[in-house]
Design a binder for this molecule. Structure first.
Ligand SMILES: [Zn+2]
Length: 92
């Protein structure tokens, strides 16, 4: 279903929203890949909806989608926008 494809606001790459087992949608790279859970630092959503930490591997045990937050070259933008505060430095 390509209707799930969107464009990342930050880097303009195609992303796919994958529904996790908890019912939350997570932005992921559009192509399914294989990965090994339990090692590595990237976040994956397995095809069954489980969110797992793992490392991509062509012969990995599981198939899933890698979180776009991990691969987005502009990921800092997401963090910055969530950290933005209205408080400015006051001059007296
Ligand atoms: Zn992006």
């Amino acid at each position: 279903m390509d209707s799930d494809l969107r464009t990342c606001r930050a880097c303009k790459k195609p992303i796919r929203w994958i529904l996790t087992a908890k019912g939350k949608a997570m932005p992921c790279d559009p192509d399914a890949i294989r990965f090994n859970p339990g090692v590595g630092k990237e976040i994956f959503v397995a095809t069954d909806g489980r969110v797992l930490r793992g490392q991509r591997c062509n012969f990995g045990q599981l198939e899933g989608f890698v979180s776009h937050f991990a691969t987005c070259p502009e990921a800092d933008m997401f963090r910055k926008s969530s950290m933005k505060k209205t408080q400015g430095s006051k001059e007296e």
